[in-house]
Unconditional design. Sequence first.
Length: 82
Amino acid sequence: MRVTANFFPLLKVNLWRGRNFQSEEDKRGSQPVTIISYEFWQSRFAGDEAALNQEINLNGKQHTIVGILPRGFSFLCQSKTR
């Protein structure tokens, strides 16, 4: 899901690890970054904190992982992944 930098602070969601999106990352042409779910972090990276700052391909585009959501966080939405 594509969100702006104020999305998680608005919901009062504190990340498990890493950082939130920064406002300059909302601008067109900025480096693509992503925040992954805790569950994805466990299954894909075996809970290794080295996942932060690694690149991952999402929809054919490289994104840098900047944060990990807290365990159990989910937001139901019908939007496509960013």
